[in-house]
Design a protein around this ligand. Sequence first.
Ligand SMILES: Cc1cc2nc3c(=O)[nH]c(=O)nc-3n(C[C@H](O)[C@H](O)[C@H](O)COP(=O)(O)O)c2cc1C
Length: 383
Amino acid sequence: MLLPRRRNLAWLVVLQIGTIPVDPPVVLAPMAGVTNRAFRRLCRRYGGALLVSEMVNARSLVEGSPRSAQMTAFDADETTRSIQLYGTDPRVIAEAVRIVIDRGAQHVDLNFGCPVRKVTRHGGGAAVPARPRLLAAIVGAAARAAGPVPVTIKMRLGLDDERLTFHAAGRAAADSGAAAIALHARTASQMYSGSARWDAIGELVAEIQGVPVLGNGDVWSPADARALLDRTGCAGVVVGRACLGRPWFFADLAAEFAGAPRPSAPRLGTVAATIREHAELLAEHAAPEYAVLEIRKHIGWYLTGFPVGGSTRRNLMACTSLSDLSARLDDLDDSIVLPDRERDQPRGTRRGPYPVTIPAGWLDADADAPPESRLAELAISGG
Ligand SMILES: Cc1cc2nc3c(=O)[nH]c(=O)nc-3n(C[C@H](O)[C@H](O)[C@H](O)COP(=O)(O)O)c2cc1C
């Protein structure tokens, strides 16, 4: 019997996170300094359905920090409203979950992957999954506070190759009410270097019953997204760096999962218009000077693969105001098309590896007490 190719079975790949259907089964990874309201609005335009916010520090939110409040605000037309929280104290996380749901969140993700040394050395970030009982206490408290709103987690393989934590942490999360488990298939020590080890995602899929496992790491092209699903059996993919300077990647992914032809590669004119709009959207929620600083970070990503020289890039990055940026963008040649072979160029950080430090005795006891130092809660980014 001839089996239809999987390409034609797109309808079978339906990701359900609690009450939320995610179609196609693709989630925008939380990225500090990137996945704010402005960027999420651009991604929505291209069909991005589940777009996770930048990480919000739960304690700062509970203590009323204006910045955290701003980070948990949504556009009026935003669905599904998704917030990532970071914290190490179950009571604080529960309170933060109640606050964000009060503000309209329909999905809460918990970050257990931060590799930054100044956090792990105090027992925070990627050090938490090394204590599955603590992780279970945090996830359980969050899930109880969230009621019907799904709570998911995102974690790494472990601290380093000798200290893999994802097996026990995955089981603990599943048993404590997590609605999905995303695995960035690198260790904290790898940071963003080397390759994501997709085989480990397959291992977790085989181990966890009844809770969808999402694969994350090194999806750069639509074909990569499909390959990650096919090779590991995971229920969906989480895509981070491939979306930097490329909100239209969601349309490429939707076409891939629908078995439709890929949309044409963008022209430089479209890219220039998107940069301009991105900057204006950033300025809607921040001082114009800040929006200028922020957009400079995105310009290199937007221009990845375009045959424009270093001097053009430097010229754009040197913009001093939004109107100045707009004038400089006007000078770009609209008709240049991104060459096909450049469409899926990797972008974003590759930094690492870096040794991971955890508190003395951290692995000896499977305790559920949160880390004593508040410095464990300093996580700024990463996962
Ligand atoms: C700039 C940047 C910021 C990030 N911030 C977060 C974060 O706040 N929370 C988190 O869980 N992961 C964070 N990450 C990790 C990504 O969500 C993702 O796990 C990682 O980039 C691997 O996926 P990728 O290969 O698709 O990029 C960040 C990554 C980058 C590049």
